[in-house]
Write a protein that binds this ligand. Structure first.
Ligand SMILES: Nc1ncnc2c1ncn2[C@@H]1O[C@H](COP(=O)(O)OP(=O)(O)OP(=O)(O)O)[C@@H](O)[C@H]1O
Ligand SMILES: [Mg+2]
Length: 266
């Protein structure tokens, strides 16, 4: 040849599955956030006039207290406004999140279980614990993390109750895991808390939507438990996922270790 350049071809093969999974996760996350914002804004808009309606009903009641039968109607307005206010407050979620403090996740789980066992419904549910006691402390909003656990455990109990699961059992497992991807970042070490129950399977198409606000299969449900739990996990930089087959349904909470890692004295 008349020049010294060599011709060659470099072929680089990379699996797109991993890349696609990242893109899917980010998209799903964006959709959840949009749905949550929409619901929250709507709730906020409903909240203000609601106060006015309730106040006016009270005023009516006071002003026309001599009118027979009026109180019956005003009480309906007041009661129903209160009901709506509760719903709206739940939709808005915690208004003033607590600061994150160093806490032991096992203490929080134990606290929730002791609260839960006071309720009669959960008497017959067996609880299996499988803790890794060497896990470090984490920076947590303790009240909010309790809320996450309560919501998930309550759902597990509801599901097993409704399906009349024989030998209902909830397993709680804590572990350190490595190389876990949360949204688009890979973490060398995370803490994983898996809460499993042996109740009915959540069908694949439903599993996509259960984290949306107001998605429920229960007659008395608001469909908020998982949406709130997910936003609390995100506030901790973590995530919440659901794995479900015929034998077991698991909700897995992932919490990254803070940069300035603090290890509990074991
Ligand atoms: N462990 C589980 N097993 C089976 N289905 C579940 C489980 N957890 C959640 N689900 C399904 O996901 C839906 C949404 O759950 P979520 O906690 O968000 O709302 P909810 O329990 O219906 O109402 P709320 O929590 O507001 O009282 C439930 O209605 C149920 O169908
Ligand atoms: Mg729930």
């Amino acid at each position: 040849s008349y020049n010294s350049r060599r011709h060659g071809l470099i072929i680089e093969l990379r699996s797109l599955v991993h890349q696609q999974r990242l893109v899917d996760a980010v998209q799903l996350q964006t959709q959840h956030m949009a749905a949550r914002d929409l619901v929250r804004n709507l709730a906020h808009e409903i909240k203000n006039p609601l106060g006015g309606i309730r106040g006016a009903a009270q005023l009516l009641e006071m002003t026309y207290s001599n009118q027979k039968g009026l109180k019956e109607y005003t009480q309906v307005i007041i009661e129903q406004s209160d009901r709506l206010k509760n719903l709206v407050n739940n939709l808005l979620g915690p208004q003033h999140p607590n600061p994150l403090i160093w806490a032991n996740i096992h203490f929080i789980i134990e606290k929730v279980l002791s609260l839960q066992s006071m309720q009669t419904q959960s008497q017959k549910v067996r609880i299996e614990k499988n803790y890794d006691p060497s896990l470090p402390e984490l920076k947590l909003d303790v009240d909010a993390m309790q809320q996450v656990l309560i919501n998930i455990i309550k759902n597990a109990e509801d599901a097993m109750n409704d399906a009349h699961t024989s030998h209902p059992c909830i397993k709680i497992k804590t572990r350190a895991e490595s190389g876990v991807i949360i949204r688009d970042r890979k973490y060398p070490t995370v803490v994983a808390i898996s809460i499993s129950n042996n109740g009915p399977q959540i069908p694949e198409e439903m599993r996509q939507t259960i984290f949306y606000p107001m998605v429920t299969t229960k007659s008395s449900g608001n469909g908020l438990g998982l949406s709130i739990a997910q936003s609390i996990m995100e506030r901790h930089g973590g995530s919440l996922e659901c794995i479900s087959d015929e034998t077991e349904t698991t909700f897995k909470l992932i919490l990254p270790l803070p940069k300035s890692g603090k290890f509990s004295e074991v």
